[in-house]
Design a protein around this ligand. Structure first.
Ligand SMILES: [Zn+2]
Length: 270
């Protein structure tokens, strides 16, 4: 009976407790245990830590570029990130990297700005990173980690009665996991593909050409083959398959892009 409780009932209960999140763009559903309020608090905390440790750029041209593109993407996202407090910061570094944290906190490294030749390319990267946040991929991965941890605790209990699997311990694991692992570990290939599609959608909706994804990732791949490994690639597997997928799917978003571009022109904000 004890084995049943710990091996079957508790994991099932946790899954129910986690609830199901539906991605507002792709419609994909998965369990997410972390409340969005907690996500936001962790995002804000992590962002202020990064701002303390990395050099924040005061270059007005770079900041204007990132803020312009960022605000257009933020408008396209709307309530897909509830109660977002948007912040776009440029970090002075040769790293080819960008990131987004829950709550609407976005960082772009100056090295990446050199690589992204057009604002459409920049919009693709920012849309991709913010797509991970909308999709709540960090919390999703962490929730999967809890399920694994629960099973691990159960196994240990059965074997040696050494560990407790009470709710408090699981929550501690959860919150430790989200800050330490959730935003650092490589994304799964499925999550990457999903963020790619979301990036295309948000960029197009903001009036940026989704086809820029192909040129951007080709250049990123070429940079990868250079002497310095771009940091973004350590968490973002990039390969021929990804570029092929983007080349195949980007045209689907062109009508949305053309519609958005026309609306911007009509409104006098090209
Ligand atoms: Zn990604």
């Amino acid at each position: 009976m004890k084995t049943f409780l710990r091996c079957v009932f508790i994991p099932a209960f946790l899954t129910v407790l986690a609830g199901c999140y539906t991605n507002p763009v792709t419609g994909r559903q998965y369990a997410v245990l972390v409340p969005q309020e907690t996500e936001r608090a962790l995002g804000e905390q992590s962002f202020s830590e990064v701002k303390k440790t990395e050099k924040v750029s005061s270059n007005p041209i770079l900041n204007a570029r990132v803020n312009t593109v960022g605000k257009r993407i933020a408008t396209a996202i709307g309530t897909d990130i509830p109660n977002a407090q948007w912040e776009f910061v440029v970090f002075e570094s040769k790293e080819l990297n960008a990131f987004a944290l829950p709550g609407g906190k976005v960082g772009v490294y100056s090295g990446l700005l050199d690589l992204a030749e057009s604002d459409s390319e920049l919009a693709i990267v920012m849309g991709h990173e913010i797509g991970h946040v909308v999709a709540r991929h960090g919390s999703k991965r962490m929730t999967e980690g809890i399920a694994t941890a629960a099973v691990g605790l159960v196994g240990a209990e059965v074997v040696s009665d050494k560990y407790g699997a009470d709710k408090k311990d699981l929550f501690l694991l959860a919150y430790g996991g989200v800050s330490a692992l959730g935003y650092v570990l490589p994304h799964s290939r499925d999550d990457e593909s999903e963020a790619d599609q979301m990036g295309l959608y948000y960029a197009a909706k903001a009036g940026y050409d989704p086809r820029a994804a192909v040129t951007f990732w080709e250049r990123m791949t070429a940079a990868k083959e250079g002497p310095k490994l771009p940091a973004i690639l350590s968490t973002h597997p990039s390969d021929a398959q990804r570029i092929a997928n983007l080349r195949a799917t980007a045209p689907n978003f062109v009508p949305l892009y053309e519609q958005a571009a026309k609306a911007r022109e009509a409104a006098g904000t090209p």
